[in-house]
Design a protein around this ligand. Structure first.
Ligand code: FES
Ligand code: FE
Length: 375
């Protein structure tokens, strides 16, 4: 996709070991299963933003590591997440991707009904069953926390506290106003490519001159300055040298998103948040990609565009100017990711050397490998 080629003190060379991943990591079903267990069943994952479920009863369903989960806002306006599994005979409860629940979640099979806080409220004909107590059959909860206003879930029984996971980013994004932004648009993309190729692609702009002629005119491909160069959070900024934002017109398309410093009005920040979030901060909007692996060679991506809530309804609010720009740029990226997938599956593929402008993909791979081998 876009940004960051070299660290702030531009490294002119990389360690000889900095090569792309071996083929098995991109094509193997066994590796995919291990990732689903080690990464997607045990780390904090971004699933959305509270403004997507603004009213009591609003919900959406998200598949995580093969599990269907319900994320909802209950009657007290608390956010909650549950496995989408009836406690009677396991039936899927919510069949739609999103919607609004009345006061209960009713199973479509035998009508067991759960409150939006997960408690079993009604179970027809079960009162005569010896020892049966509704209090033992609440919906199974999933850990849910907010980070910078975004909803994160973790399937682990005892997840690492989200505060310690995100400690390296403490206060880094405060002035971007992220919790108060509102989503104007989502586009879903289904890619024939491994999910890691999307992170690697996002993390360098070596490819920009050829793949993104329009983007390259607005932000020089070799201008990246990274401030996070190792670990689960990686990235930095690129200057916007022409126009005021990354839009089709080159103009800002909304009010500034936050209380950002003067120089940041001419910068775009790109951060990858391991393992499933890409956070792209522009002066007038924030774009978030959620990356959801479906198979070794299949990935689903949700791309959301967020704006200041006061921007909505104003005459100068033109979100499609940003959406169209990134939809075009996204598709350019997805195309080369799919081409990579095809070539990596070849019998002649072997890992290739990363260039000095690919220090961040190399760092992302290191983080990924460290999680995969961690005891
Ligand atoms: Fe849900 Fe029977 S399976 S009520
Ligand atoms: Fe790109």
């Amino acid at each position: 996709m876009n940004p960051t080629g070299a660290p702030r003190k531009a490294a002119e060379s990389l360690a000889p070991a900095a090569t792309t991943l071996p083929q098995g990591y991109i094509v193997s079903k066994e590796v995919f299963a291990k990732e689903q267990e080690r990464i997607f069943s045990s780390q904090w994952l971004c699933v959305g933003h509270p403004t997507q479920i603004g009213n009591a009863g609003d919900y959406f369903v998200q598949e995580v590591a093969g599990e269907s989960l319900i994320i909802l806002r209950d009657q007290k306006r608390e956010l909650r997440a549950f496995y989408n599994v009836c406690r009677h005979r396991g039936t899927r409860l919510c069949q739609d991707k999103a919607g609004r629940l009345r006061r209960v979640i009713q199973c479509p099979y035998h009508a067991w009904s759960y409150g939006l806080d997960g408690r079993l409220l009604a179970a027809p004909h079960m009162d005569s069953v010896a020892g049966f107590s509704k209090s033992n059959y609440s919906l199974q909860p999933v850990a849910l926390r907010l980070w910078e206003g975004f909803i994160f879930l973790n399937l682990a029984q005892h997840p690492e506290p989200i505060g310690s996971v995100f400690a390296p980013l403490a206060a880094k994004f405060t002035h971007w106003n992220l919790p108060k932004l509102k989503c104007a648009r989502r586009i879903e993309y289904a890619l024939k490519a491994n999910w890691k190729l999307i992170f690697e692609n996002y993390s360098e702009c070596y490819h920009c001159p050829l793949v993104h002629p329009a983007l390259s005119k607005l932000t020089p491909y070799d201008s990246a300055e990274n401030d996070l160069c190792e670990g689960p959070f990686l990235g930095g900024f690129m200057p916007i040298t022409k126009g005021n934002s990354l839009t089709m017109s080159g103009n800002a398309c909304a009010l500034p998103v936050g209380d950002i410093a003067a120089e940041d009005h001419h910068r775009v920040f790109y951060y990858s948040i391991f393992p499933n979030m890409l956070l792209s901060l522009h002066p007038d909007y924030v774009m978030v990609h959620q990356i959801w692996p479906q198979a070794p060679d299949r990935t689903l991506i949700f791309c959301d565009w967020f704006f200041h809530s006061d921007a909505f309804g104003r005459a100068d609010f033109l979100p499609e100017d940003a959406v169209a720009f990134w939809d075009m740029t996204n598709r350019q990226d997805w195309h080369v990711c799919e081409l990579s997938q095809q070539g990596i599956a070849s019998r002649v593929y072997s890992p290739g050397p990363y260039s000095p402008r690919e220090s961040i993909p190399a760092a992302w791979d290191r983080e990924y490998l460290s999680v995969m081998v961690r005891k």
